[in-house]
Design a protein around this ligand. Structure first.
Ligand SMILES: Cc1cc2nc3c(=O)[nH]c(=O)nc-3n(C[C@H](O)[C@H](O)[C@H](O)COP(=O)(O)O)c2cc1C
Length: 376
């Protein structure tokens, strides 16, 4: 693997079309999806020279814990669709390389199984469901496995319109139709492995997962909380004594709300371009949100990050940590050793960028073109 794109190509060769589309696709016309990557094109560095930065450190301290690199595995629902055991593979690799791994509420492996392998690097992403008893039990289970960081996702009041999934008739669990059978015939390895592994289920949503097959959008609807308000965030803040992070913000007013409520961190995110199609790229909001939040709040960002260079740009703009979604899904698809391979690749790319811009990781803002008032 020379770049993260190689993993995407390999995953596309292995996965049937409806699964690859589910992972790689966005909502609507996929404007936000494209824009997330394009936004990185506009960000430029003005390097400094002769500073002797030949073996730069990539470690960072986030929420009181030291990590080997400033990135983590983003929460991804239904990961078992790509490969059985994908969540524990990611958790193991994250623990081995010491980066955070965030398990989705919509995971296909249990909180307990993944926390066991991810150890202190385990964070839990929380979608409040429409069943209060289920919500209470999710939070209790996260607490009982020793999870220190809870990430509440708030950008799914309703599911995004993911047209590829609608066209493919994606169902959870997947259903055989003439169209999907045709796609499976072109990917026999995945089809055989899946048949042997059994149907992936939403492992943490007991009362919901056992029910009948639904379209993917209907499954998402069950995990959506259209009536959630800031009062609910305040209640969660009161009841959760670990670190609380709110994921899926873009507006500085919302970041300010989080500061006021004593939330520890935010994830600036448009859900990887899977929700509001015309959402701004999160990187475009970083500087403003950092100004609003001040230095104390942890700011995390995600969407379209595909290289160490991209990670450096996010840090230069004010992020403390970056989340990476699809590349980790592709790595888990291709095989467990590719997950540590991806982490190592991103770390070495980041080291390379730091050496070339000529400043240590905590001083990246000094070489950002826009901070120097130069045209980018
Ligand atoms: C297949 C897929 C499933 C996702 N599931 C969740 C989820 O369950 N919870 C959540 O908060 N975000 C979810 N996300 C969004 C990611 O956490 C993250 O915000 C996004 O993937 C970042 O963009 P990137 O894929 O370009 O790196 C999902 C994204 C993808 C691609």
């Amino acid at each position: 693997m020379i770049e993260t794109r190689d993993l995407e190509i390999a995953a596309q060769r292995y996965l049937p079309r409806f699964v690859f589309d589910f992972v790689s696709g966005g909502s609507g016309q996929e404007r936000a999806l494209r824009n997330n990557s394009d936004a990185f094109e506009q960000i430029k560095f003005i390097p400094k020279t002769l500073n002797g930065i030949s073996s730069p450190s990539t470690s960072v301290n986030v929420l009181g814990k030291s990590y080997c690199a400033p990135f983590g595995v983003a929460p991804i629902g239904m990961l078992g669709l790509v490969r059985k055991g994908a969540e524990t593979m990611l958790g193991r690799a994250a623990c081995e390389r010491n980066i955070p791994m965030i398990l989705s509420t919509a995971a296909t492996q249990s909180i307990e199984d993944v926390a066991k392998v991810a150890e202190e690097n385990f964070w839990f992403q929380y979608y409040p469901t429409q069943l209060q008893s289920l919500n209470d039990s999710l939070i209790k289970r996260a607490r009982d496995v020793g999870c220190q960081t809870l990430m509440l996702t708030v950008d799914t009041p309703v599911p995004g319109r993911r047209l590829r999934d609608v066209r493919n008739g994606l169902q959870i669990p997947p259903r055989l139709t003439l169209k999907t059978i045709g796609q499976l015939a072109l990917r026999p390895r995945w089809a055989i492995e899946r048949a042997l592994a059994g149907t992936p289920e939403l492992a943490n949503l007991g009362p919901m997962s056992g029910e009948a097959q639904r379209s993917f959008a209907d499954t998402m609807r069950l995990l959506s909380a259209p009536s959630m308000t800031w009062e609910d965030v305040a209640k969660l803040r009161e009841g959760w004594h670990g670190h609380l992070i709110v994921k899926g913000l873009l507006h500085p007013d919302d970041v300010l709300h989080c500061v006021t409520l004593g939330v520890d961190g935010v994830v600036l995110s448009n859900h990887g371009g899977r929700q509001l199609d015309s959402a701004i790229a999160p990187t475009a909001m970083l500087s403003t949100c950092r100004q609003v939040a001040g230095d104390k709040m942890t700011i995390i960002v995600d969407g379209g990050v595909r290289s160490g260079d991209d990670i450096a740009k996010c840090l230069a703009l004010g992020a403390d940590l970056v989340l990476i979604g699809r590349p980790f899904v592709y790595a888990a698809t291709v095989g467990e050793q590719h997950i540590t391979g991806l982490i190592d690749l991103l770390v070495s790319e980041l080291e390379n960028t730091l050496s070339l811009v000529g400043v240590p990781i905590e001083q990246l803002a000094e070489v950002l073109a826009q901070n120097l008032g130069k045209p980018s």
